[in-house]
Design a binder for this molecule. Structure first.
Ligand code: PEP
Length: 256
């Protein structure tokens, strides 16, 4: 089963609307012919509408970086799935380690957010990954098991088949320390096995990405790993040329 490679750029809290417009005008011609690869930018709430409008008719999808699990209520500062789909946002990043660490996002809340995303027609990217301490203690698999099992807990097999999980070792995010090919392959194969436990027929369709200090130079080796279906890219996605080079690497592998 050939899964379509997926390259997603997570801007985090970067770019005003004006900066986002400059970026997308530079990116679109660079990824115009990125056949066989899905491309998304995950942008701050304030830039979503502008990016949806500017990417219409292109291959670039626009994702939010978070959303609330409920459809409305007294949750100051939060945004619901329906608020995202109303403006034609395609998907949402859920459970990024920065949200888990800085905003106490829990696996339980994420299990509800995954359902809310699918119910609204949003494509979720569920982020999972271990800290450096957990890796050193030999707890990587325990952590991943917990995060993947809870994150997928409330989904149907049909939904699991459409899921994207991003394996992002926390010690590799924004640090310049990339997982070795063996570390990335082993963890991602383990994530796929967990998906298979939950929904045997869905596992070959679900995509598992690597994230953590991916650069244009390092991308080809990571993207070529057998279980890696693409990348969630933070810092390197902020520059349209660097991001386009990572997309190019995926295009070349898809064509080979
Ligand atoms: C991320 O934000 O998901 C990420 C992987 O960041 P970076 O590529 O900068 O490590």
């Amino acid at each position: 089963m050939a899964r379509t490679p997926f390259i997603a750029g997570n801007w985090k809290m970067h770019k005003t609307v004006a900066e986002a417009e400059d970026y997308i005008q530079a990116l679109l011609p660079r990824v115009y012919s990125a056949d066989g690869v899905d491309v998304a930018i995950c942008v701050p709430f304030t830039a979503l509408q502008a990016m949806v409008d500017s990417t219409r008719g292109s291959r670039v999808e626009v994702f939010a970086q978070n959303m609330h699990e409920l459809s409305n209520g007294a949750f100051t500062g939060e945004v619901s799935a329906a608020m995202l789909t109303e403006i034609d946002v395609h998907g949402v990043v859920l459970g990024h380690s920065e949200r888990r660490q800085c905003y106490n996002e829990t696996d339980k809340a994420l299990s509800h957010k995954m359902v809310a995303a699918f119910s609204a027609g949003l494509k979720p990217i569920l982020c999972v990954g271990e800290t450096e301490d957990e890796r050193e203690r030999g707890d990587t698999e325990r952590k991943l098991r917990h995060q993947v099992q809870e994150g997928l807990e409330r989904l149907t097999p049909e939904q699991i088949a459409q899921v994207t999980v991003a394996y992002e070792p926390i010690w590799a995010i924004g640090t310049g320390k990339v997982a070795t090919p063996d570390q990335a392959q082993d963890a991602i194969a383990f994530v796929r096995a967990l998906i298979e436990d939950k929904a045997p027929d869905a596992a070959e369709h679900a995509r598992v990405l690597y994230g953590g200090s991916v650069t244009p130079d390092g991308a080809p080796e990571l993207l070529a790993l057998p279980d890696v279906d693409g990348a969630l890219v933070g810092g390197a996605s902020l520059d349209p040329e660097n991001f386009a080079r990572i997309v190019d690497a995926a295009v070349q592998l898809a064509a080979s």
